[in-house]
Design a protein around this ligand. Structure first.
Ligand SMILES: C[S@@+](CC[C@H](N)C(=O)[O-])C[C@H]1O[C@@H](n2cnc3c(N)ncnc32)[C@H](O)[C@@H]1O
Length: 270
């Protein structure tokens, strides 16, 4: 089956490239607490048996979750890019939990019956498909939880000048505005009775010796930053020139990366 994939998802078709960018984020983050650990604070998932990870990518979040859910749990990962299947399964395997992968383009409805899941996770993905929020409430059990991690749109907007792209009409900002730290509560309020927001303050710092890391990170994000750019394209000379000048004059490039976590309970369709 051919799935239409918008250019905003192109960076994620290669799990290896995505894992490499994720490693740069981890290494260059000023906040040393793992966002996955931060997102789980206060949640007891020991009895969660049916778990759904929407927009699972290479299984970054599922890996941590799988260790916390019931021993006989099944973790279903959904992603629009089929090559994520193997990486997703490999990340779950050490936990001994059962993993299942579905290649699906999520929009507004999900192919599961009412009350199918104890936990639904959207880690940096709900901004691709915010229309599905009411249907997530439908497929959650009464005591079920939606856990969503997303960006601060102000922080994303601030990334552009930091990367020399102040005028870019880029996908990244459009995406972030679809479900962000700033508007997430409002978007969730019609579907969940209890919503807890946890702010995760962070920035990425690159000194001259980290220049190749910064280039790799920006190359990965290029289709989200510059119209018509494709995965693997080289960075434009203006951008690399801007970064070199910034590193020379200020000694570092700082990219804001504030995120927010939403823990949502009491799905309102019950
Ligand atoms: C920023 S990545 C996050 C991946 C993973 N959850 C994590 O935390 O690392 C977003 C993921 O959502 C997937 N995605 C985007 N739009 C989608 C859609 N409509 N249906 C299913 N997956 C989608 C992308 O392919 C990508 O793997």
């Amino acid at each position: 089956m051919l799935i239409m994939t918008p250019s905003s998802t192109w960076p994620f078709q290669s799990p290896l490239a995505h894992e490499a960018a994720s490693a740069v984020i981890r290494d260059r983050s000023t906040n040393r607490q793992d966002i996955r650990e931060a997102s789980l604070q206060g949640l007891n998932l020991a009895s969660a048996r049916d778990v759904l990870d929407l927009g699972c990518g290479f299984g970054f979040m599922a890996e941590t979750l799988a260790m916390r859910v019931a021993e006989d749990a099944k973790v279903v990962g959904v992603d629009v890019w089929p090559d994520n299947e193997e990486a997703f399964r490999e990340r779950i395997a050490p936990s001994g939990r059962q993993g299942e992968f579905r290649c699906l383009s999520v929009d507004s409805t999900l192919p599961w019956p009412d009350r199918s899941f104890d936990l639904v996770v959207c880690s940096y993905s709900l901004y691709f498909f915010p229309k599905v929020i009411p249907d997530i409430a439908r497929i959650l059990r009464e005591k079920g939880v939606l856990l969503a991690i997303t960006h601060s749109e102000r922080s994303v907007e601030g990334q552009l000048p930091a990367a020399g792209l102040a005028d870019a009409a880029c996908e990244l900002v459009t995406l972030a505005r679809q479900f962000s730290a700033e508007n997430g509560r409002e978007k969730l309020a019609g579907s969940f009775g209890t919503i807890r927001r946890i702010d995760y303050h962070n920035s990425l710092r690159f000194r001259p010796e980290h220049r190749e890391d910064l280039y790799a990170y920006l190359r990965f994000k290029l289709p989200l930053l510059i119209p018509n750019a494709k995965p693997g394209d080289e960075l434009p000379d203006e951008l690399t020139g801007f970064i070199k000048r910034l590193l020379a004059s200020r000694g570092e490039v700082v990219i804001g990366k504030d995120d927010a976590i939403f823990q949502c309970r009491d799905p309102l369709c019950h």
